[in-house]
Design a protein around this ligand. Structure first.
Ligand code: ADP
Ligand code: MG
Length: 250
């Protein structure tokens, strides 16, 4: 498999606070990597560095994507290269339709006009791919949270995503919606799309990951093949010691 992403020696500070300290990780095309760590360990910050929310110069270290240096001024630059991030708090416009959200700022233009027919057909195709059976003209606000999550992914697919970053996507999803999402990630993998997955639900992490990367207090603790790791192994790496009881003071 070809290497898609390499982050080298990433350090990110907020004033005096070092949120990320010299973190390196790499990812191949079609690989699923889970990023694990306790709250405040630096997972979201690392992903914001990757997708340009914190622009080049706002952190130290280097990022290579598709073999080339990734030097982003903002999220638009990384989107253009095929990186999509989906946050827990979704970024859809609730009073616009699924179709409008999917093509927002990315309309198909033919002869100087938006090609509504083509957009409708393309929207339908992608909705089918993400198994979301709703009419493209449905307002996003009328959908459940899980369905909205799938619209976000549909939007990413519409932009020819090569790396999908999901930051705690299943926190507010039902079991059924979660199952659909996990299936979809595996389907994307089969199409050589990579994924960085952040979740506290270690059963999900175990189920879909090729590799698991653990960070603690902004430090890279280790990246290992998921196959050889139990949930207890992951927790031990996350907290830095073995958990013998959930109630240590008893
Ligand atoms: P996680 O996603 O793993 O829960 P974060 O990346 O959100 O962790 O946070 C890592 C650390 O950086 C925390 O100590 C957090 O308080 C700090 N941090 C995150 N964002 C900011 C910010 N915008 N300003 C100051 N400190 C921040
Ligand atoms: Mg976070």
């Amino acid at each position: 498999m070809a290497q898609l992403l390499e982050m080298k020696n990433i350090t990110k500070k907020f004033g005096d606070v070092t949120a990320l300290n010299d973190i390196s990780l790499s990812l191949d095309s079609g690989e699923i990597l889970s990023l694990c760590g306790e709250n405040g360990s630096g997972k979201s910050t690392l992903m914001k560095v990757l997708c340009g929310i914190y622009p080049h110069g706002d952190y130290s270290g280097e990022i290579f994507f598709g073999g080339e240096p990734l030097i982003a001024k903002g999220i638009k630059d990384t989107e253009e290269k095929g990186i999509s991030i989906i946050h827990q708090e979704l970024a859809l416009v609730k009073n616009m339709s699924v179709l409008e959200n999917m093509f927002l700022g990315n309309e198909i233009i033919k002869g100087g006009l938006t090609d509504d027919n083509e957009m409708y057909l393309r929207c339908k195709t992608i909705l089918k791919q993400v198994q979301l059976e709703v009419d493209p003209n449905t307002k996003v606000g009328e959908l459940g949270l899980g369905q909205q999550q799938l619209v976000e992914i549909a939007k990413a697919l519409n932009k020819q995503v090569r790396l999908l970053i999901l930051d705690e996507p299943t926190a507010s999803l039902t079991e059924k919606e979660t199952a659909i999402l996990l299936n979809l990630i595996e389907d994307l993998k089969a199409h050589n799309i990579s994924c960085i997955y952040i979740s506290h639900k270690l059963n999900e992490v175990k189920a879909i990951s090729d590799k698991i990367c653990v960070i603690r207090d902004g430090e890279h603790i280790g990246t290992r093949d998921a196959a050889g790791m139990s949930e207890d192994d992951i927790i031990t790496m996350m907290v830095g010691r073995e958990i013998t009881s959930l109630y240590p003071h008893e």
